[in-house]
Design a binder for this molecule. Structure first.
Ligand code: HAM
Length: 422
């Protein structure tokens, strides 16, 4: 026997039972995005690598270490998308989506990062995200955050917390970066290894360090807020007020910096303590420079992306409140003629919107009824010699106590429809 082939490490199958759970969450996403006027966009999974070098930034973990980049047969450098914000901006520039107008977009799909797999961290994972393109904020920044909050509530999650910060414009951030770097250089020897490396390339990311000794040093680091221009501070305060008006509780976390370079202004994360180390289920912020960086006009924008695997883990842990759709009927077919009659009947049931499964692979009546019982179908409909003779069907309830009935074939659809659960 030849060896079995395993899936790629960090890339998982979603089996039918999980897909039913995902679809339930996806339905909530469709509902919530529609209620805020967001429209779905679908962009390719593969993009030119340059798109991510220029947007996420060359000195980020994602671009330095995590991208699936390859040369195609023409020698072009392509990358499996590690995120979709850059793609949404590229698509909007290319198709003129935000030409003289604004656009609210949402997306859902697989992303790829070559990270070390662990619970909640995968190499293929899925993001649901939204991008509001063409508004300055802080009103739309608040809207973006409120949309997330509404989704968590709709999914029955009441223990995700919002942390927000503001990174200011690129100008204020540049002067802060200088001050922070000067401070950190004074403590170089005591910083963790990763932070020492980031000190030169991306000192703001040192604020993210989880190393206890680095965290002690950071307690005396310069504060970003004192480098912001007054309008930036006003905008941030207005955002906090609007979130308050929308009923969202938040924590201001001045250490919150993001792992992607395109952010300007407010940034945020939704975190939970139910998921261990991978505690962020959703993250985002404002990225006003990205359109220009990718060759478009200056278009302000903000958005977020939510990790679907983490969201699903939370929803499932909390006890899912949904019923997977089950078949209405399993047809037990006891001869070749019964099979023909059953196939005709099943098609007519499906025409009426019923879910019908025909027994395939033959078998005795008890074998077929056992299969019917193992499926989640609500009724079995038996066609044997007797039923064939007088165009009847014997219907057996599989889930409820009710008794078996014999009814004419043309009445089966009505019977099943009137016995359907609400
Ligand atoms: P991000 O913080 O890189 O931001 O990812 C957003 C979310 O995706 C994370 O909070 C996490 O839930 C999920 N995630 C990221 N990496 C993995 C992984 N390896 N396995 C499982 N889940 C993961 C972005 O991607 C930005 N594009 C967000 C954004 C949209 N900003 C503005 N608009």
């Amino acid at each position: 026997m030849s060896k079995t082939i395993q899936s790629v490490r960090g890339m998982n199958d979603l089996l039918p039972e999980q897909v039913a759970q995902w679809q339930w969450v996806e339905a909530a996403i469709r509902d919530v995005t529609a209620s805020y006027g967001y429209r779905e966009i679908r962009t390719p999974i593969v993009e030119r690598s340059e798109l991510f070098y220029r947007s996420i930034g060359e000195e980020t973990d994602i671009v330095e270490k995590e991208m699936y980049t390859f040369a195609d047969r023409n020698g072009d450098s392509l990358t499996l998308r590690p995120e979709a914000t850059a793609s949404c901006v590229r698509a909007a520039i290319h198709s003129g989506l935000v030409h003289n107008r604004s656009e609210r977009l949402w997306y859902l799909g697989p992303m790829f990062r070559h990270e070390r797999p662990q619970k909640g961290r995968y190499r293929q994972f899925h993001q649901f995200g939204i991008e509001a393109q063409g508004w300055n904020g802080p009103d739309v920044d608040a809207e973006v955050i409120l949309l997330g909050d509404r989704l968590w509530k709709q999914l029955g999650l009441d223990d995700v917390q919002l942390e927000i910060n503001t990174l200011g414009s690129s100008r204020s951030r540049a002067s802060y970066r200088e001050a922070l770097q000067a401070f950190l250089i004074g403590h170089r020897q005591d910083l963790d290894e990763n932070s020492q490396r980031r000190l030169e390339s991306n000192p703001l990311r040192v604020l993210d360090s989880k190393d206890p000794q680095t965290q002690v040093i950071l307690q005396n680091a310069p504060d970003l807020m004192s480098y912001l221009a007054p309008p930036e501070i006003d905008n941030f305060q207005r955002l906090v007020e609007l979130l308050d008006a929308g009923g969202v509780t938040l924590k201001i976390n001045n250490r919150l910096v993001r792992g992607l370079d395109y952010y300007t202004g407010p940034v945020f994360e939704w975190v939970t303590d139910r998921l261990g180390a991978q505690n962020a289920i959703c993250a985002g912020g404002r990225y006003d420079g990205l359109f220009a960086e990718l060759g478009g006009r200056d278009v302000p924008a903000a958005g977020f992306a939510c990790g679907m695997e983490r969201l699903l883990e939370l929803v499932v842990q909390g006890g899912l409140d949904f019923k997977a759709k089950v078949a209405d009927v399993w047809l037990v077919l006891l001869s070749a003629d019964a099979e023909s009659a059953g196939f005709t009947l099943a098609e007519s049931l499906r025409d009426r919107g019923l879910r019908a499964i025909c027994n395939c692979g033959g078998g005795s009546i008890s074998q077929q009824l056992r299969r019917a019982d193992r499926s989640d179908a609500r009724f079995a409909a038996v066609i044997g010699e007797e039923e064939l003779r007088d165009s009847h069907v014997t219907i057996k309830p599989l889930r409820d106590r009710g008794s078996q009935v014999r009814i004419a074939r043309e009445d089966v659809a009505e019977y099943l429809l009137s016995n359907r659960e609400a």
